[in-house]
Design a binder for this molecule. Structure first.
Ligand code: NDP
Ligand code: BG6
Length: 646
């Protein structure tokens, strides 16, 4: 290796990785193999493992479902599907041929006669592929079949004989506390807890697994990881997708069951739990369970105070014509559905570490962008020392875990702006996975299949964990059933969500942290030609604000303290007589002239619809102007065209 290259690697601290052993030999039986999960995620995951040399040679997959198919037809179908769903840059035909030749299929129902036949077939494959009697059962079917399949497998005698027998159970694990308790009872009637692997695919994400690595392999943050230094923590899972063709399933679920009770509570547990004694699966799962058991179980009054829900409505074009349906117009969704597609909540963890630290969670479908982030906001330092300086207010330090689609970690802090007077600017340090690691994109299911084959349950949920999560979620479900939402739909498709969500956090004197991307800014005329430095200064300075319809944002004659970027919605500019002289829409901005020219506001500006806005405060505006004089020219040019300013 040339010296310069080795220096670069050394600066990243990259050492030779120990090679991972392949998965353990087994026959993997997938129930529901004719379905969506198998073709879209499980088979691509097996293919990725095979490509990376992580799948045992002694491996066979037996697909099982009621649809009639021969082995050949199944292989042909999988071969067609893998071309669509593989996640690698290039497709390796040789690896695939080898893998698919070890795929088999058996059609049958979920009864004893069929399971006896299944037993004979698995025994046959086990000896043909020399898999030592190890069997991995994957339940890729609807949850109502989980209990009956466990029962039938037991009756057919699958527990007996040499080799390990393990069961991977898909989500959702129950639909409420009662059904989860019952399901645990059914599943554990004949199988041991250490044979049951409950999937939560968020735990398969590298960025989620890294939460543990980050917390426990670095010395500097753990001493700060508590109520004394952390002001609040925010978990955000925004989805741009709507419910699509899954309306039937989703309408009986809603975002609380679909995302919060499982994926988000798992991330919460990783981020907030105590240090486990080791990386042993149960050491970690014990701490996660303790944490989830400490999440306060709300009274109905607390639910009313700390939780809001939303449902998306349609998106219309400028003429008011619906261009994309609202939730109630989606396929298989009742026209009066009260199911929530958005929720925001403030939770409390009643333990020594976190007592009094608000933990905010929010998630929704059909929002303005896809993005999952965890924001740890530290307490602000005292302002007193900066009184009498040009620093109007201090910002909190933030540690941001970008889970997806951008993957990275960012630390935000203040730095002195170069110059003779004391001025501060928020800046960041950023680690990006793409810059530090070279790895193929995975589906998230590889590590699940791989670690289950090795009997490592770290990334799977345990019965008591699932129950603890349901216990915290149940009061929300009960309250919502008792008080059906009257104001649905209450957020527009493509927006930031319902205004109530921003009110919820603003009541606490805080605000949601929104990740602003340079892609977003580049859609705005004012920022289109901006270089990276300019855009990054703007991104750091913008703060989000949601405003309801018919509210006055700017009053004529007032001193301008901020300018606005309209991410979504419509505002009207009014003349003295109250006549609308201009309507501004998504991507427009306003309020800049008074800042630039230090004149009073020239017109009133009022929201016509609910609006999602980014605010740029005057001090930040001036600082950016100072560094980028061309920004002033762009602002002036647009203002001249718009308001005939001389
Ligand atoms: P599908 O709707 O595609 O169904 C899976 C299989 O179930 C079908 O292939 C079908 O096979 C079988 N099935 C359908 N109806 C019946 C019935 N009445 N009796 C017996 N079998 C039936 O589901 P998915 O593959 O999407 O999901 C499987 C599991 O994975 C579910 O628990 C889901 O919640 C979970 N999951 C799915 C994800 C995804 O992205 N798809 C993501 C996360 C979890 P056949 O008719 O041939 O028997
Ligand atoms: C699934 C939910 O569990 O997770 C879906 O059922 C959701 O509704 C999906 O879209 C999100 O997963 P990801 O990996 O895209 O964030």
């Amino acid at each position: 290796m040339p010296e310069s290259e080795s220096q670069v690697l050394a600066s990243y601290g990259i050492e030779a990785q120990t090679a991972n052993p392949p998965s353990q030999p087994c026959v993997m039986v997938i129930f529901g193999a004719s379905g969506d999960l198998t073709k879209r995620l499980l088979v691509p995951a097996l293919y990725n493992l095979a490509c990376d040399g992580l799948l045992a040679d002694n491996f066979a997959m037996l697909g099982y479902a009621r649809s009639e198919m021969t082995n050949e037809a199944f292989r042909a179908q999988m071969t067609e599907d893998i071309k669509k769903f593989h996640t690698r840059q290039e497709f390796d035909q040789e690896v695939w041929n080898n893998l698919v030749s070890r795929f088999y299929y058996m059609s049958g129902g979920y009864d004893q006669a069929n399971f006896q036949k299944l037993k004979a077939e698995v025994a046959n494959l086990s000896s043909q592929h020399n898999t030592s009697g190890n069997i991995l059962f994957y339940f890729a079917v609807a949850p109502r079949f989980f209990g009956p399949i466990c029962d039938n497998l037991h009756q057919a005698g699958f527990r007996e004989g040499s080799g390990w027998k393990r069961i991977i159970v898909e989500k959702p694990f129950g639909t409420d506390l009662e059904s989860a308790l019952k399901l645990n009872e059914e599943v554990l009637a004949h199988w041991n807890e250490n044979q049951i692997y409950r999937v939560d695919h968020y735990l398969g994400k590298e960025t989620v697994q890294n939460l543990l690595a980050f917390r426990f392999s670095n010395g500097i943050f753990e001493p700060l990881w508590n109520k004394n230094y952390i002001d609040n923590i925010q978990f955000n899972v925004s989805e741009e997708v709507d419910v699509g063709s899954r309306g039937g399933y989703y309408d009986s679920s809603g975002v609380l069951r679909d995302m919060m009770q499982n994926h988000m509570f798992q991330m919460l547990a990783y981020l907030c739990m105590e240090q486990p004694g080791s990386f042993e699966p149960d050491a970690i799962r014990n701490e996660k369970a303790k944490l989830l058991q400490a999440v306060r179980v709300y009274t109905p009054d607390e639910v009313a105070r700390y939780v809001v829900r939303g449902q998306y409505g349609p998106r219309a074009d400028e003429a008011g014509k619906v261009t994309k349906p609202g939730y109630r117009q989606e396929k298989d969704v009742p026209a009066e559905s009260k199911t929530e597609t958005y929720a925001a909540a403030r939770f409390q963890i009643d333990n020594w570490r976190w007592e009094g630290t608000p933990i905010y969670l929010r998630s929704g479908k059909a929002l303005w962008k896809r993005g999952t982030e965890i924001v740890v906001e530290f307490k602000k330092p005292p302002q007193a020392m900066f009184n009498g300086t040009a620093v109007p207010q201090l910002h909190p330090n933030r540690l941001i875990f970008h889970i997806q689609p951008y993957q990275g970690i960012e630390m935000q802090f203040q730095a002195k702006v170069p110059g003779p007077t004391l001025q501060l600017q928020p800046v960041n340090m950023r680690f990006s996975y793409a810059d530090a690691f070279k790895a193929s994109r995975y589906t998230g299911y590889e590590v699940m299949i791989y670690s289950c084959s090795h009997g490592d349950a770290t990334l799977f949920s345990r019965g008591d964990l699932v129950e603890a999560a349901w216990r915290a979620a149940q009061p929300l479900l009960d309250y919502w059933t008792a008080t059906p939402a009257e104001n649905f739909p209450n957020y527009e498709r493509g927006s930031w969500g319902p205004k109530e969500a921003s009110d919820l956090i603003e009541r606490d004197g805080r605000r949601w942290f929104e990740v602003v991307t340079d892609g977003l800014l580049k859609r705005v005329a004012l920022f289109q030609d901006g270089d990276m430095l300019f855009l990054s200064q703007v991104i750091q300075a913008l703060r989000p604000k949601m405003v309801g319809a018919d509210e006055t944002i700017i009053r004529k004659g007032e001193i301008g303290r901020e300018m606005y970027l309209l991410a979504r919605g419509e505002v009207e500019v009014l003349d003295d007589s109250g006549k609308v002289v201009k309507v501004l829409k998504d991507g427009d901005f306003f309020g800049e002239v008074a800042l630039l020219m230090s004149t009073p506001r020239m017109a009133n500006v009022r929201t016509r619809t609910s609006c999602d806005l980014f605010v740029l405060d005057k001090t930040d505006f001036n600082r950016i102007l100072h560094d980028h004089p061309q920004f002033a020219q762009s602002v002036m040019k647009i203002a001249k065209d718009r308001y005939s300013v001389k």
